[in-house]
Each structure stands twice: as structure tokens, then as C-alpha cells.
Design a protein around this ligand. Structure first.
Ligand code: C2E
Ligand code: CA
Ligand code: CA
Ligand code: CA
Length: 277
């Protein structure tokens, strides 16, 4: 128990069960992260496979934790989803990315398509669509400059409101992209039911192009996607040989360390020059 009176100040010695696990430390910290300005967006370019032009960027969140250092979104996004913090964090991501895209457009980078990752948990928020409309209006970003990347993982049959919201977003002219395509269990039913523009082939399939079977699989995804008039993006492109193969197979856009890692906004201009834009 806490002693009263300032003369009784004692050094705090944590007992075993008071020692925070990393999980608890992260959860506690995440509540403060937004307010303390510890979150930042990095941007990774998407390259048109034929022209080599940068056609857009994907915003990827970073968390600079005061003592843990850089924490991966792969670790803290699931935590944000569990705790509901993904709602305010997701709003911040959306607003910041749209604002940045608008700034780049005003600087003359008229091509910028900005992709933002959206958690399925954000679709449970009844305010999602009005928030997106408000952010686009306030930042002045055109609806078709925004692309929402959605990861498969929920069954659409069990979630009609998810589907209804996607249809509404699509009707507003916002682009919809299926992320990590091929990894989830419901890939093909997503293609049939969702109003999508873009497929992102999961990087595990790009890494798998070292075998004949792996190449055939990517080719098959491209065939299905193009049959459905979708733009196909390959993610995780690291090797020139992968670029060569994807070009031969007719993929549309590329993303990966071969061109650029995700970088802070301040580094984008220099990267564009380096990429010959
Ligand atoms: P994702 O959306 O599939 O993003 C692609 C991940 O692959 C990113 O990891 C990116 O840095 C990484 N990557 C890009 N190029 C390469 C490459 O050539 N090789 C390899 N090995 N990796 C590459 P990151 O930034 O750590 O993000 C991990 C995941 O966290 C994302 O996967 C996404 O699901 C989630 N995430 C990131 N930012 C946000 C966000 O703002 N909101 C939500 N809801 N999720 C986010
Ligand atoms: Ca993504
Ligand atoms: Ca992915
Ligand atoms: Ca073959």
C-alpha cells in the first residue's frame, strides 16, 4: 500500500508480478503513443512494371517506443486490434497519409495514389465511412487517389456489413485492394463477392518463384486477376530475377526492397530522384 506523506517517500521496487511483460508494456504504451507523437508513417513506392514510374505509395505505420525502440506493426497492430486502439490509430493513419498525399500532389507529384492499410476491426466502427469522407474533404484529396488495402481473414458470409461498407466505399470512387492475396482461406470467394480494383500477391508467392510450380502459381493468379480486370501488384520484390519473371508474366505493379524500403516522408523526394522521376 502507498504510504501517505511526502517524508515517507520510498524507492519503488517492483515485485515479480509487478514486472510488466512486454505485452503489457506495449499495451500500456500504445494508449499513450498517439498523444506522445511516437507514431510515424513510412512510405513505400509502387512501381509501374513497364514504365518504371512511381505510381503511388503505401503508408506503413512505425512506432518509436521510448525504451523499446522501434516496434514492428506486425507486433503492435494485433494488440491495437484486441484493445480497440486501432480505431483512433487508424483514423490518425488515414488523416496523415491523405494529408501527405495532398502535399505531394500540390508539389507537382500528380500521380500519387495513396494506399492505406485498413484493419477489418475498423469496419466494425459505424463511423468509418463518414470519417473517410470527412478526411478526404478536409485534406482535399480526390477520392480516386485513395486506395484501401484490406487483408483477407474474415468470412464475408458471416459479415454482411463488411461487404455493404466496401460497396459504399467503392461507390464513392475509393479504390479497394486485397492485401496478401492467396494467404487467406477465402481468396477466391473474395474475388467473387467484393468490389475490388487491385490484388496484391503475397510476398511468400514472390519468394516462391524459385521453382517451376511457384512460377506457375503466380502466373495463375495473374490470369485470374486480369480476367477479372484487376490491377495486380507483386509485393516483396527483392531480386532482379523476380522483376524479370514478373515482367514476363505480365504483372502490373511492383513493390519491394529492390526499389525501396518503406522510408520517412522527408526521404521520399530524394528516393524519387534516385528512381529517375
Ligand atoms: P503489409 O500491408 O503486407 O505490408 C507489407 C510489409 O512488407 C511491410 O512490413 C513492408 O515493410 C514489408 N516489405 C516491403 N517490401 C518488402 C520486401 O521486399 N521484402 C520483405 N521481406 N518485406 C517487405 P511492415 O511495414 O513491417 O508492416 C507489417 C504489416 O503491418 C503490414 O503488412 C500490415 O498488415 C500491417 N500494417 C502496417 N501499417 C499499418 C497501418 O497503418 N494500419 C494497419 N491496420 N496495419 C498496418
Ligand atoms: Ca498492405
Ligand atoms: Ca502484404
Ligand atoms: Ca510453366
Amino acid at each position: 500500500a502507498k504510504d501517505s506523506g511526502k517524508d515517507n517517500f520510498r524507492f519503488y521496487t517492483p515485485s515479480m508480478n509487478e514486472v510488466f511483460s512486454r505485452h503489457m508494456l506495449l499495451e500500456k504504451g500504445l494508449r499513450e503513443a498517439l498523444k506522445n507523437n511516437e507514431l510515424e508513417l513510412y512510405y513505400q513506392p509502387k512501381i509501374h512494371i513497364i514504365t518504371g514510374q512511381v505510381v503511388g505509395f503505401e503508408a506503413l505505420i512505425r512506432w518509436n517506443h521510448p525504451y523499446l525502440g522501434l516496434v514492428s506493426p506486425a507486433e503492435f497492430i494485433p494488440l491495437a486490434e484486441e484493445t480497440g486502439l486501432i480505431i483512433p490509430i487508424g483514423k490518425w493513419v488515414l488523416r496523415s497519409a491523405c494529408l501527405q498525399a495532398r502535399i505531394w500532389q500540390q508539389q507537382g507529384y500528380s500521380f500519387v495514389k495513396m494506399a492505406v492499410n485498413l484493419s477489418v476491426v475498423q469496419f466494425q466502427d459505424e463511423g468509418l465511412i463518414s470519417e473517410i469522407i470527412r478526411v478526404l474533404a478536409e485534406t482535399g484529396l480526390a477520392h480516386d487517389s485513395l486506395e484501401l488495402e484490406i487483408t483477407e481473414g474474415i468470412s464475408i458470409d458471416d459479415n454482411q456489413s463488411f461487404l455493404a461498407k466496401l460497396i459504399e466505399l467503392k461507390a464513392l470512387g475509393i479504390r479497394i485492394s486485397i492485401d496478401d492475396f492467396g494467404k487467406g482461406y477465402s481468396s477466391l470467394s473474395y474475388l467473387q463477392k467484393l468490389p475490388i480494383d487491385t490484388l496484391k500477391i503475397d510476398k511468400s508467392f514472390i519468394q516462391g518463384m524459385t521453382s517451376e510450380k511457384g512460377i506457375d502459381l503466380v502466373e495463375a493468379i495473374l490470369t485470374i486477376g486480369h480476367q477479372l480486370n484487376l490491377t495486380i501488384v507483386a509485393e516483396g520484390v527483392e531480386e532482379p530475377s523476380q522483376l524479370e519473371m514478373l515482367r514476363r508474366l505480365g504483372c502490373d505493379e511492383l513493390q519491394g526492397y529492390l526499389f525501396s524500403k518503406p522510408i520517412p516522408a522527408e526521404a521520399v523526394e530524394e528516393k524519387l530522384i534516385e528512381l529517375g522521376q
